[in-house]
Design a protein around this ligand. Sequence first.
Ligand SMILES: Cc1cc2nc3c(=O)[nH]c(=O)nc-3n(C[C@H](O)[C@H](O)[C@H](O)COP(=O)(O)O)c2cc1C
Length: 220
Amino acid sequence: MLIESILKQRYSTRAFLDKPVPKETLKQIFASAQLAPSNCNVQPWQACVVSGETKDILKQKFMETLMSGATPNPDFNWYAKYNGIHRERQFGSANALYSTLGIARDDKKARQMAMVRNWQFFDAPHAVFFTMDKYLDIMGAVDLGIYAQTLSLILSEHGLSSCMQGALGQFPDPVREVLNLPQDRGILFGMSFGYADDDALINKTRTERESIDNAVAFFD
Ligand SMILES: Cc1cc2nc3c(=O)[nH]c(=O)nc-3n(C[C@H](O)[C@H](O)[C@H](O)COP(=O)(O)O)c2cc1C
């Protein structure tokens, strides 16, 4: 499929069919993603793909963490307080999601419940955690972002859908514990993926983009 068609049809998918992707296909997809570029070819990504029992255990750990009232403690300086136009766009994307679900602006409880779905992987059969050595910081974060988008496009080419999730980097301790990762490994973010449930209301959510007039400057 042409890259432009993939970009036009891709959207953040938040409901999936209960249908795992064959292991061989997963390996093929992740082998292709290895072709992503990185600064000095450092390839800092350490992708951790969770499925089946491991994913279920992690989901349970996340639920326990949330119910304990834990506050997020991401490994990296993730929480940005957006200003101005960025804040407007942030609200725009939240509104697109909640209005599709029929959740009112002041219905905090329903919004929280929708947020919790992140840590249930939106019932996707698989999720990938984008991890790297903590010391890499922003240098590695750039590369992991490029890797994640490369992966997302390859998934689309295989008829698979995904949702990148900063939420999956908010509680890194249960991830390190369940996946037995060393303390110096940081969890930047994650992505749930699988076959989209096309009938799910939440998957009707669409967001807008700025015209290039406000995003690109050409200097001749
Ligand atoms: C780095 C990153 C983190 C994101 N984190 C979340 C998240 O935690 N939960 C979620 O539902 N969507 C998350 N998203 C999806 C964005 O909300 C979505 O990409 C944006 O609103 C544009 O919509 P679209 O992907 O459908 O085009 C994230 C996207 C990116 C790129």
